[in-house]
Design a protein around this ligand. Structure first.
Ligand SMILES: Cc1ncc(COP(=O)(O)O)c(C=O)c1O
Length: 420
């Protein structure tokens, strides 16, 4: 395709016609494909069928004698705290285990910061509060911040984490109140923050003393290969600088067991845990401890979780590899697109030449394939370069995902040829 430049008008017309014919071939198949949904396939959900049999009326008392059918233990049962503490390499006393979605916990935490946050002035009563959005990123983070009226400031993601020079510059402004981070297998690039990035984040000296990093460790155990990426633990890094209060971590079993029917947690410093507990006392009597037990009866340690994640990887890995192989075969070396090659998580990030992602989206949609809306990976739905497409290989079958990848490549070639 790089050869486009050297083609005369006639040659170009012939190549365009051939590429369009290939694309029309897909269209004629009247496909109905979806490569937009970042959720587990049914086969992955089947891995956790044991949860249906892990609890009955004979074993619903937790280790410390709590009857999990009743109110009580607002911050979660000890077994569940120990499980998340083991996974996240933190102290169980700094863990609160909650309901089915970590996203709700992030929303609630930011709501607390907006309304009343301990010794700090509520963000809603401060002038022009802003939040850093690492881009491309997770649309629902951006939606929460926008909902609360926090203005989002873009910081580009790099293979080693956010552009830290820019972060360090931005935090000199006291109206910058925090940032979203997905530190392992980021959504959508699949990058893991390097030790140096984690250390620089831990060492940050924000002008805003009420600065908070939403450390969304959604993909902490979601390795596609036995040897997964290694992420430096943030609280032990922050402790060296006395900065533990700047970080609040979130995780869940949404993509370990059942999505939307798992358990979730918040991890925070002693000080922040006290404040969160005070708020929860108003908000909830207790979370679903039966579901916590259902989980901890089958997942007793991080090692058990690792074993379960290997079963997920056996299903997910061939899908990721199929997409990557097709992208390489169809587009490798053409210089018209590049893409990430994650070793875990749920997404591949695909980058086109500036100004062409929307056209590719249109072509894919017209041929019966849903892909994540262009712009969804940026605040306010605006990708300034019109370049990024999030590929979600998890849900379709392997045959479907291969067709999706081929169709995407056909659409890319048409879009590129049109732009000549
Ligand atoms: C980065 C990230 N955080 C959080 C979530 C949602 O997690 P939960 O189901 O625990 O609310 C997702 C789901 O795709 C995600 O990609």
């Amino acid at each position: 395709m790089a050869a486009f430049k050297s083609m005369d008008k006639e040659q170009l017309t012939a190549v365009r016609a051939a590429l369009m014919a290939e694309y029309e071939g897909y269209k004629a198949k009247k496909l109905s494909l979806n490569m937009a949904r970042g959720k587990p396939s049914s086969a992955q959900l089947d891995i956790s069928s044991d949860l249906f049999h892990s609890l009955d009326e004979t074993n619903c008392i937790s280790a410390d004698g709590t009857d999990c059918r009743n109110y009580g233990e607002m911050t979660g049962i000890d077994e569940a705290k120990a499980l998340f503490a083991d996974i996240l390499e933190v102290d169980p006393k700094n863990v609160i285990v909650c309901g089915n979605a970590s996203l709700t916990l992030m929303f609630d935490f930011l709501a607390q910061c907006m309304f009343d946050y301990g010794d700090h002035i509520a963000w809603s009563r401060q002038e022009d509060a802003k939040f850093i959005a690492v881009v491309p990123g997770y649309d629902r983070h951006f939606a929460i911040a926008s909902y609360f009226g926090l203005k989002l400031v873009n910081v580009p993601m790099t293979p080693t984490g956010p552009d830290m020079d820019l972060v360090e510059e931005l935090i000199k402004d006291p109206s910058v109140k925090g940032m979203f981070c997905v530190p392992k297998y980021s959504n959508p690039d699949g990058y893991t923050y390097s030790d140096e990035t984690v250390e620089r984040l831990a060492a940050m000296e924000p002008a805003a003393k009420d600065f908070r990093v939403v450390w969304d460790n959604a993909y902490v155990v979601h390795d596609l290969y036995d040897e997964g990426d290694r992420l430096k633990e943030i609280f032990s890094a922050a402790k060296k600088y006395g900065h533990e209060d700047y970080f609040v971590e979130f995780a869940s079993t949404s993509k370990i067991t059942f999505s939307g029917a798992g358990i979730s947690c918040i991890v925070a410093s002693d000080h922040n845990i006290d404040l969160i507990r005070m708020r929860l006392q108003v908000q909830v009597i207790s979370y679903d401890k039966l579901n916590m037990l259902r989980h901890t009866n089958v997942l007793k340690s991080a090692a058990d979780v690792k074993e379960r994640m290997k079963k997920h990887a056996a299903i997910l890995r061939p899908k990721f590899e199929a997409v990557l192989a097709i992208l390489e075969e169809e587009l490798g070396g053409l210089g018209v697109a590049h893409w990430t090659k994650p070793r875990g998580g749920y997404f591949i990030s695909f980058y086109l030449e500036k100004g062409s992602a929307k056209r590719v989206y249109e072509l894919c949609s017209a041929a019966g394939m849903s892909i994540t809306k262009v712009g969804a990976t940026y605040p306010y739905g605006i990708d300034p370069d019109d370049s990024n497409i999030r590929i979600a290989p998890s849900y379709p079958s392997i045959d479907e995902i291969k067709t999706c990848a081929r169709l995407l490549c056909a659409a890319v070639k048409v879009a590129v040829s049109e732009a000549q």
